[in-house]
Design a protein around this ligand. Sequence first.
Ligand code: OAD
Length: 252
Amino acid sequence: MDTLMQGAARDLARSNRAVALTGAGISVESGIPPFRGKGGVWEKFDPMAYAHIDAFLQDPERVWREFLVVLKATLDIAAPNAGHHGLARLEALGILTTIITQNIDGLHQAAGNSDVIEFHGTFARYRCMACGARISSRRIDTRRMPPRCDCGGIFRPECVFFGEMIPPQRLWRSEQVAASCDVMLVVGTSAVVQPAALMPLIAKQSGATVIEINPERTPLTDSVSDYFLQGGAGETMTELLQQVQRHIAETI
Ligand code: OAD
């Protein structure tokens, strides 16, 4: 009888339109802490005081100085890990088409994936709230708080703060790819933040197989996931990939 890993690898190996939904957990092994749970970002920073758009607009200097520079410094030195590289390899094998990521760290693109929907935006670019000018993370000057544009306006990251809407085009495309995939890999997300957490449900309702990778159980584990591969993203993706490649070699 197949183990869960073998079954998941077999279904992936047969797919040419798999999609991944990723969350903070996939970047933990790159040194970026998750949001929830022990050691999570929200343990130190109250999200309503640091990650809500109203808090940012009310006091951008405080949010920049106490929170955004800390997060940016962590992101600036992070590199993709085996979990990201595994997903890039699945794309190279013609299995994975698209990643919907809740992460703002750009590590899927750095690993080589070509179609990444940044559901909650990115910290790779910043936008002037006055004139709309955009600059890359490398060019932002954080010696002065808050960082300002040449026009005097304040820069904000191009992420989605709490209290802001997911840009409709991004939401619409995510729903489309979720509804048309045959396998959805759900990696490193607590699956509690909406509407991102709906994507595995949309995939499942449309007939897809859902493979979940996480060291902890989530609200999806018993109700939506067909395969729950318990473990860290790096190690689990590496083993899954090895088995996918074995299946492919056997069927050639
Ligand atoms: P969370 O911090 O809520 O969840 C991280 C998940 O990663 C948990 O389920 C952990 O069990 C799992 N995890 C921890 N270590 C892991 C590892 N090595 N490999 C794989 N998984 C691991 O992060 P998200 O689900 O991404 O939104 O959170 C969703 C959204 O909530 C974020 O995008 C952010 C946050 O508030 C905004 O800021 C708008």
